[in-house]
Design a protein around this ligand. Structure first.
Ligand code: NAD
Ligand code: UDP
Length: 314
């Protein structure tokens, strides 16, 4: 049994990770400021003696005793990370410094939830970990993508300078139950719109691509990376290489929900990457990891989840 801290533990990914690590017999400390996360995501864990919730903003230092840290605190949806961009970069920089400071003091192993956004609008396809990316440092996404690049830099500097045992995972678009109804990311938006019979908002002409990873596959990848020996800090891509256009996704969601919703084409947000697909050879070689859940199957489960939520809300 290990003492494990999850920053951002009440969010979409964090809540699944809390659950999984408790199931494996660990003590989990979930830290969150509830900006995009919610108590509802972890309410079923609150009575569990192996679970503890700490309401805290990670831009302020925190003193705890733990053996492992999964550092996930940061809004992930463009709508929320652009809502208060200065806060987003503070969370990425000061939040990561505080979490690394904690890791250093208590000699904990620390894993950063980085992102495929570090590759920016990539001119290499699919993206491998040794690609340095094409990121606009002054664009509206940079609070997030440059923020995460700085967080990666901090991880490596704490490793080189202070010997902290760090792990970097670059997560590609992940979806599943417990995404917030108003999260704003594409999978939850399309499903909620389809179930409510509203228009499906495709940004641009929908020819841009993303590769969608189901939540259980992602969690497995994170835990495998944390369990890797000290000499493998990453970064490692975790994502599902099956690539879809956004238009294809919209059509799949309409078909699978049996919705009468029509597609409405809206303006493409500034800096929206044209294409994204992970090269996962490194994860396959080093972690023995690959995704198991195909988009069809993952969407089915996610649609069932949102159907239930929306039924209870109306
Ligand atoms: P999410 O928005 O559901 O979760 C983020 C959590 O962090 C929320 O619970 C939020 O309240 C909390 N948080 C935000 N700022 C905080 C702060 N200053 N102090 C304490 N808590 C704070 O998003 P998610 O999809 O669960 O993403 C989790 C992590 O994974 C993020 O770091 C994100 O950048 C990364 N990531 C996710 C994806 C994805 O597709 N889901 C892709 C790439 C990277
Ligand atoms: N998108 C869309 N309609 C929506 C939300 C998103 O067409 O209602 C598009 C968005 O422009 C992007 C892709 O879907 O091209 C993925 O967007 P998301 O916000 O989920 O994540 P990103 O990968 O851009 O961070």
């Amino acid at each position: 049994m290990k003492q494990i801290l999850i920053t951002g533990g009440a969010g979409f990914l964090g809540s699944h990770l809390c659950e999984r690590l408790i199931e494996q017999g660990n003590e989990v400390l979930c830290l969150d400021n509830f900006f995009t996360g919610s108590k509802n995501n972890i309410i079923h864990l609150l009575q569990n003696p192996h679970f503890e919730m700490i309401r805290h903003d990670i831009i302020n230092p925190i003193y705890l005793e733990v053996e492992q840290i999964y550092h996930l605190a940061c809004p992930a949806s463009p709508v929320y990370y652009q809502y208060n961009p200065i806060k987003t970069i503070k969370t990425n920089v000061m939040g990561t410094i505080n979490t690394l400071g904690l890791a250093k003091r208590v000699k904990a192993k620390i894993l950063l939830a980085s992102t495929s956004e570090v590759y920016g609008d990539p001119d290499i396809h699919p993206q491998r970990e040794d690609y340095w990316g094409r990121v606009n440092p002054i664009g509206i996404r940079s609070c997030y993508d440059e923020g995460k690049r700085t967080a990666e830099c901090l991880m490596m500097d704490y490793r080189r300078q202070n010997g902290v045992n760090v792990k970097i995972v670059r997560i590609f678009n992940t979806y599943g139950p417990r995404m917030a109804v108003n999260d704003g990311r594409v999978v939850s938006n399309f499903i909620v719109q389809a179930l409510k019979g509203e228009e499906i908002t495709v940004y641009g002409d929908g020819s841009q691509t993303r590769s969608f990873c189901y939540i259980t596959d992602l969690i497995e990848g994170l835990i495998r990376m944390m369990d890797m020996p000290d000499n493998f800090p990453g970064p490692v891509n975790i994502g599902n290489p099956a690539e879809f256009t956004i238009r294809e996704l919209a059509e799949m969601v309409i078909r699978m929900t049996g919705s009468r919703s029509m597609i409405a084409f809206k303006a493409l947000p500034e800096g929206d990457p044209r294409q994204r697909k992970p090269d996962i050879s490194l994860a396959m070689d080093m972690l023995g990891w690959q995704p198991r859940v195909e988009l069809n199957e993952g969407l089915e489960k996610t649609i069932a989840y949102f159907r239930n939520i929306i039924k209870h809300k109306s």
